[in-house]
Design a protein around this ligand. Structure first.
Ligand code: ADP
Ligand code: MG
Length: 314
């Protein structure tokens, strides 16, 4: 089996997820290499331990750069803290006014509050960065390499967290609005209301694309090992709760053998896990990738992986 359907015109966002070390980064890059043949593609890493630079053997940072040697491929490593501090400094006055008008905190308390983090905001900022790129429309495909499972789940549940925060803020505002109306007779929508409304729209935009199967696809990466299988099952269940559907799965590091005793034994050891994968994930298109003799680093070996992932295509 090979990865399929990624060339569908409407499919813009392809997210790779799974346990640490299973091959997410390698698979995301190999997929972008394939897609960039036909589409302007942006490869995005949201893993705080970025490894695109290492794997591509080229410096990538928190700025879109063209991947050298690949004509339609660009890449970026999103730094959530930087995205957040940019957001905070851009919206400092609205955030401050929200607290000034809705709480009895003094200025010092408010400044302390503003340095605190809102739960889930880092992930939201990573996602907002992705959504902003999609809406700018410079690229046709956006391939996302994520950090291990826990982080990707936070990334996916981040709209809910932010939504809960907005609800509290809106409630505080509502009281303020009521007071102003009582005293002044009328209320004029101000920049804080607009800010909250725009934030709410961001949440909606993220949720809409994540749940839209024609625009977004999540590809789990797994290996034939017990812990990786359990983690993938949990990941798929959690994705389901967020109404995100996966259609296919990459099963990486599958042992092949030319008859040597060591390879035969490793291969035999993987058999029951492969059977378990076939049983548990029977509803997914399963793409098996063999163990390579060397680590996957640099364009040559990434292209080898790409051939494995998409071998019947060309
Ligand atoms: N099929 C494979 N054969 C050999 N090495 C692999 C294979 N897939 C991944 N690797 C290596 O395993 C390590 C982890 O892969 P990586 O793609 O960085 O995983 P993740 O992003 O899930 O942590 C890397 O050193 C990579 O080169
Ligand atoms: Mg990685």
């Amino acid at each position: 089996m090979t990865l399929n359907g990624l060339g569908e015109r409407d499919l813009q966002l392809i997210i790779f997820g799974g346990k640490g070390g299973v091959g997410k980064t390698s698979s995301a890059i190999a997929t972008s290499l394939e897609l960039s043949e036909d589409f302007r593609t942006l490869l995005i890493s949201t893993d705080p331990a970025h490894s695109l630079s290492d794997c591509l053997e080229q410096q990538i940072g928190f700025k879109v750069v063209e991947v050298s040697g690949i004509s339609k491929l660009s890449a970026i490593e999103v730094v959530a803290e930087e995205a957040l501090s940019k957001f905070k400094s851009e919206h400092h006055s609205e955030l401050k006014k929200l607290l000034v008008t809705s709480t009895s905190f003094d200025n010092e308390d408010i400044d302390d509050m503003l340095t605190l983090s809102i739960p889930g905001i880092d992930e939201i900022m990573s996602f907002k960065t992705i959504i902003d790129f999609i809406e700018e429309g410079q690229f046709e495909k956006y391939v996302v390499d994520t950090a291990p499972t826990g982080h990707v789940l936070r990334l996916i549940s981040s709209p809910k967290l932010l939504d809960a925060w907005i609800k509290v803020a809106a409630k505080m505002r509502w009281k303020y609005r009521y007071m102003v109306t009582s005293f002044a007779g009328s209320y004029k929508v101000d920049e804080v209301d607009t800010f909250l409304l725009n934030l709410k729209k961001t949440v909606k935009r993220i949720e809409n694309i994540l749940r839209d199967q024609t625009r977004c696809e999540f590809i789990p990466v797994c290996i034939p090992e017990s812990m990786a299988i359990s983690e993938t099952s949990r990941l798929l269940a959690d994705l389901g709760k967020s109404e995100i559907v996966a259609r296919q799965i990459i099963i990486n590091n599958v042992m092949t053998s030319d008859g040597c005793d060591f390879c035969e034994r490793r291969k035999a050891g993987q058999l029951k896990y492969l059977q378990e994968i076939n049983k548990n994930f029977s509803y997914l298109n399963r793409v098996e990738i063999p163990v390579f003799p060397e680590e996957i680093k640099g364009l040559d070996s990434l292209n080898q992986l790409r051939k494995q992932l998409f071998k019947d295509k060309k």
